[in-house]
Design a protein around this ligand. Structure first.
Ligand SMILES: Nc1ncnc2c1ncn2[C@@H]1O[C@H](COP(=O)(O)OP(=O)(O)O)[C@@H](O)[C@H]1O
Ligand SMILES: [Mg+2]
Length: 261
């Protein structure tokens, strides 16, 4: 039987920095790949942390996402393998910073990433897009290219601040650029079991968003912050630590949810 793949494309967005977008993009991608899914991790953040975090070096002069945006390079020519079978990377580096400005004068500037990724959709089961911490054109491009948005949220006092703006932006993109867009889920990250504030914030988020919140919660786990400096996802670095187990559970939850669609 020939199965035609049409990658489910998920963008990880939150204009706050340090909430776990990149950590989730890398490790969820790895969890899905280890489940046998063909996964493409798209690094759409000029910080390039998702690329280096899975061991891809971008200082070698090879084409990267930037060249697709501004040089019409085919995405196919930029793909790199990761240390995990089934996990492919479309990497970025600081060069991507220029894209936000260069896009402004381009026609259909919000749809560029969607066009870049289109030829790849039948080669992967999942495409995960990591975004910068802003609601600028790179994030808008991510939202326009995606089927759904996954919102990582740190369980801290100001977690809900800015969320309304993110949801409003998502609605606008849905209305004008990408009618099929929906919220995949809110993910509670850096959950600290011993911290009462964490519990309070988590309860508040669940009260507001109900079953739009993933039942999987990502604990605060120092191994998750160590693994990127080794160019490894958590599933390579320490598969048995609580952070790795949580991302495996998240992968399973996502697969279960996807089947219900
Ligand atoms: N669950 C976690 N436990 C401990 N450290 C984490 C966890 N998630 C992320 N971190 C660390 O917190 C910092 C910010 O996470 P990151 O994924 O880069 O956020 P973002 O991409 O939203 O800016 C990084 O240093 C990362 O290693
Ligand atoms: Mg990041």
């Amino acid at each position: 039987m020939i199965t035609v793949m049409n990658a489910k494309t998920i963008v990880l967005a939150n204009q706050k920095g340090g909430v776990g977008k990149t950590t989730t993009a890398m490790n969820l991608a790895a969890a899905l790949a280890l489940k046998g899914k063909k996964v493409l991790l798209v690094d759409s953040d000029p910080q390039g942390n998702a690329s280096s975090g899975v061991g891809v070096t971008t200082s070698d002069g090879l084409p990267q996402l930037y060249h697709c945006f501004v040089g019409n390079e085919a995405a196919d020519a930029c793909l790199r393998p990761s240390g995990i079978k089934n996990l492919t990377v479309l990497p970025s580096s600081i060069d991507l910073v220029g894209v936000e400005i260069e896009l402004i004068s381009m026609p259909e500037r919000e749809k560029k990433l969607r066009k870049i990724l289109r030829p790849l959709r039948d080669r992967f089961h999942y495409i995960l897009i990591d975004c910068p911490p802003s609601l600028g054109l790179l994030t808008i491009n991510g939202l326009t290219a995606a089927d759904s948005v996954l919102i990582p949220m740190q369980c801290e006092y100001f977690a809900l601040e800015g969320l309304a703006q993110l949801i409003e932006t998502t609605r606008k993109v849905k209305k004008t650029l990408n009618p099929g867009l929906y919220i995949e889920g809110l993910l509670l990250t850096m959950y600290d079991l011993r911290n009462r504030l964490t519990h309070q914030v988590a309860t508040e988020i669940k009260t507001h968003f109900g079953d739009q919140v993933f039942s999987t919660v990502i604990p605060r786990n120092v191994r998750l912050s160590e693994s990127p400096s080794h160019g490894q996802t958590i599933l390579e670095y320490d598969r048995n630590c609580p952070g790795a187990k949580a991302y495996e559970r998240l992968g399973n939850e996502l697969l279960r949810r996807s089947k219900q669609l």
